[in-house]
Ligand binder design. Structure first.
Ligand SMILES: *Cc1c(COP(=O)(O)O)cnc(C)c1O
Ligand SMILES: [Zn+2]
Length: 441
C-alpha cells in the first residue's frame, strides 16, 4: 500500500512516530498527539475515483470493506493488513429524514445519523475497531502490555470489551460506580473484561488510567489516543457519501470528552483536502448544562478550557468536567465556524420525549443535541430550509432506566409532560373498549 499514517504532535513539535508505538503524548511538549496522513500520496487518486471506490465497497461483504470504517481504510489506517483487522461491520449506519420531528421544531430538512445502530450500541465502535486492530498489529510486532484499558462513562468500555474479546485480547475498564446504565455495565461483564467500579466520576477514572498507561502497565484506549479519532472521522465521510457527496449546512453533536467533535472535523478536512467538498458544514457542539466546561469557555470568548467538576446529568455518557480533547475541539470549532450550546435536564427530557413521539428512540445524549438544535432554530441561527444532521451517538435501548423513570414521572426536578405510563386493566372486554374510547375520543 503506497499510503501511510503516523503520529505527530498536535502542537506542531518536530518528530513523527509509528502508530504502533504505545505513546499518548508528545515526548517534547507533553501535548496531545494526532494521526497525520500522507495527503500528497492520497491525492494520487482524484476525488471522483475515491468516491467511486468508496461507493463500490459500501456495505458489501468482501472483507474488510463492508465495514464503514475499513471501506475507507486508505484514509483511516492504511498499514493494517487484512488478517490483522478486528472488525464487526461497524459504520454504514442509517441516515434518515426526521420529517415529522423536523417540522415540529421548524425545520424542513432535518436528518438523524444513527451511529448507535452499531455492534455495541454506540459510535464508539468506529474508533475501537481501529485502535484494537493497531494494538493487535503492535503485539504481533512485539509490544508487551498486560491489557488494553480505558476509563469510561459506559460506551467506550462496552465497545473496548467487545472488540478486545473478538480479538482474544485482555481488557480492563475503569467505571464510575453507579453512574452508568445497567445495559452499559453488563456489556463488559458479559465480554469477560476486568470491570473496576471506582467510587469517583469519569474524570477520576481517567486520571488513574492515564497513570497506568504512562507506567506501561496497560495500553490506553481512551480517545486521548488519536487512533480512535481516525475511525470516528468516518462518520463525517459517511454523511457526505450518503448525501451523494454533498455537505449538509449544519452538524449537531452531543459532546463530553470532545474527541468526537474533532473526529468529525478530521473527516471533513480530509474530504476538503482531497477536493471532494469545497467548504465545511457548521459544527454545533451540544453540552449538558450540568457538564459544560467547553460551553463556559467558548461563550466567554476563551479558547482554553478550564476543568470543572461535572454535576450529575441524565446524559451520563457526557458527564465529563475535564475534557481531554478540548484543544482538538477548539480547533474544529474554529475551522467549522462552530457554535457551542447547552441543554438543561428539563430540556433534554422534553426533546427526548417529543422525538420519541415521532418514532425516534433517543438516548439522553442525542436529546441534548436535539434540545440545542431547537434553541438554535427558535433563535433564528438555523433556518427552516437548511439541511441539518443531528448525530445520534448511542442506541436508546441502552438507556431504559431513563425512559422508564420519565414515563413514570419519577425524574426529580423534571416535569414529564409527555409521560405515557401503561394503563393497567382487568382482563375484561368492556374495560378495554372504554380505555380506547377514552384515549382516542
Ligand atoms: C462518548 C459519547 C459521547 C461523547 O463523545 P466525546 O467524544 O466524549 O465528546 C456522546 N454520546 C454518547 C452516547 C457517548 O457514548
Ligand atoms: Zn509537542
Amino acid at each position: 500500500m503506497p499510503y501511510r499514517a503516523e503520529f505527530r504532535c498536535f502542537n506542531g513539535c518536530e518528530g513523527s512516530y509509528a502508530v504502533t508505538e504505545p505513546m499518548y503524548r508528545c515526548p517534547k511538549c507533553d501535548g496531545l498527539l494526532q494521526v497525520v496522513h500522507d495527503v500528497e500520496a492520497l491525492a494520487d487518486r482524484s476525488g471522483p475515483v475515491w468516491m467511486k471506490l468508496f461507493d463500490e465497497r459500501y456495505r458489501q461483504n468482501s472483507w474488510p470493506y463492508g465495514s464503514g470504517v475499513w471501506g475507507k481504510r486508505e484514509w483511516v489506517m492504511p498499514q493494517v493488513p487484512d488478517e490483522t483487522i478486528v472488525s464487526m461491520y461497524e459504520g454504514g449506519t442509517n441516515l434518515f429524514w426526521a420529517e415529522r420531528y423536523g417540522k415540529q421544531i421548524g425545520l424542513d430538512d432535518l436528518w438523524v445519523k444513527l451511529c448507535g445502530n452499531s455492534h455495541s450500541g454506540s459510535f464508539k465502535d468506529l474508533g475501537m475497531t481501529v485502535l484494537v486492530s493497531v494494538v493487535r498489529m503492535a503485539i504481533q510486532q512485539g509490544l508487551k502490555v498486560k491489557a488494553i484499558a480505558c476509563a469510561s462513562t459506559g460506551d467506550t468500555s462496552a465497545s473496548l470489551a467487545a472488540y478486545g474479546a473478538a480479538a482474544g485480547l485482555p481488557v480492563v475498564v475503569l467505571l464510575p460506580y453507579g453512574k452508568i446504565s445497567t445495559a452499559q455495565l453488563v456489556q463488559p461483564l458479559a465480554h469477560g473484561a476486568l470491570v473496576l467500579g471506582l467510587d469517583t466520576d469519569f474524570d477520576g477514572c481517567m486520571a488513574i488510567v492515564q497513570r497506568l498507561a504512562a507506567e506501561g502497565i496497560v495500553y490506553l484506549a481512551n480517545s486521548m489516543n488519536p487512533l480512535r479519532i481516525e475511525g470516528q472521522k468516518t462518520v463525517a465521510i459517511e454523511i457526505v457519501q450518503q448525501f451523494d457527496w454533498q455537505i449538509p449546512d449544519w452538524v449537531i453533536l452531543p459532546s463530553g470528552n470532545l474527541g468526537n467533535a474533532s473526529a468529525l472535523y478530521a473527516g471533513f478536512k480530509l474530504l476538503k483536502d482531497l477536493g471532494i467538498i469545497a467548504r465545511y458544514p457548521r459544527l454545533v457542539v451540544a453540552q449538558a448544562e450540568n457538564a459544560n466546561p467547553l460551553y463556559r469557555a467558548w461563550s466567554a470568548g476563551k479558547r482554553t478550557v478550564d476543568p470543572i467538576v461535572a454535576r450529575p446529568t441524565l446524559a451520563s455518557a457526557i458527564q465529563i468536567g475535564n475534557p481531554v480533547s478540548a484543544p482538538r475541539a477548539v480547533q474544529a470549532l474554529e475551522a467549522m465556524n462552530g457554535i457551542v450550546e447547552q441543554a438543561s435536564e428539563q430540556e433534554l427530557c422534553d426533546a427526548a420525549a417529543r422525538a420519541d413521539r415521532t418514532g425516534m428512540y433517543t438516548c439522553p445524549h442525542t436529546a441534548v443535541g436535539l434540545a440545542v438544535l431547537q434553541k438554535l432554530v427558535e433563535r433564528g441561527t438555523i433556518q427552516r430550509g437548511e439541511r441539518v444532521v443531528s448525530v445520534s451517538t448511542a442506541a436508546g435501548l441502552k438507556f431504559t432506566e431513563f425512559k422508564v423513570r420519565y414515563h413514570e414521572s419519577e425524574i426529580e426536578g423534571v416535569r414529564a409532560d409527555l409521560a405515557n405510563p401503561p394503563v393497567k386493566l382487568k382482563p375484561d372486554y368492556g374495560s378495554v373498549v372504554d380505555a380506547i374510547a377514552k384515549r382516542f375520543s
